[in-house]
Design a protein around this ligand. Structure first.
Ligand SMILES: [Zn+2]
Length: 150
């Protein structure tokens, strides 16, 4: 029997997309994320305790919350954030919802897939109420990025 469990997380974060007409301006989002874990239930009737899932995800969310996500290639902004001691999340990619979802699922897969009965993990990042990008990993399968936006 393969089933899925999911849990929702939220954080506030600033970012910008330097190449984009409107999104190049400094702005932020109230991000919402749904982490979904798939697998077989164990002897306790669970795939993964919800509390354990929170324990795995919370350090990532705490790192992101009230930070500004920036790619070091955005040099002037990276320097400004650093010189002023502002909470910054440096990432080697443009901070789109797609890239954020893929980055987070990549951080979670190692610890989740260490558990024998877990077979898949999916992360959906909502940048707005209506716009979401999802990335997923299946144990033993190449990473897959799927995007749905409205
Ligand atoms: Zn944005």
């Amino acid at each position: 029997m393969s089933v899925k469990v999911s849990k929702e997380f939220r954080w506030e974060m600033g970012h910008r997309l330097p190449y984009h007409d409107t999104c190049r301006n400094l702005h932020g989002h109230s991000y919402r994320m749904v982490v979904e874990v798939e697998g077989a239930v164990d002897d306790t009737g669970m795939i993964l305790d919800f509390g354990e899932l929170s324990t795995l995800v919370k350090p990532i969310v705490e790192r992101l919350d009230h930070s500004f996500m920036v790619d070091p290639s955005d040099e002037s902004l990276s320097r400004f954030l650093c010189e002023n001691g502002l909470k910054t999340t440096l990432v080697p990619f443009y901070s789109t919802a797609e890239n954020i979802a893929d980055w987070i699922v990549g951080q979670l897969e190692v610890s989740l897939f260490a558990r024998e009965h877990i077979t898949g993990v999916s992360v959906s990042v909502f940048e707005t109420v209506h716009s979401c990008a999802s990335a997923s990993r299946r144990k033993g399968v190449e990473p897959k990025l799927s995007c749905k936006a409205e």
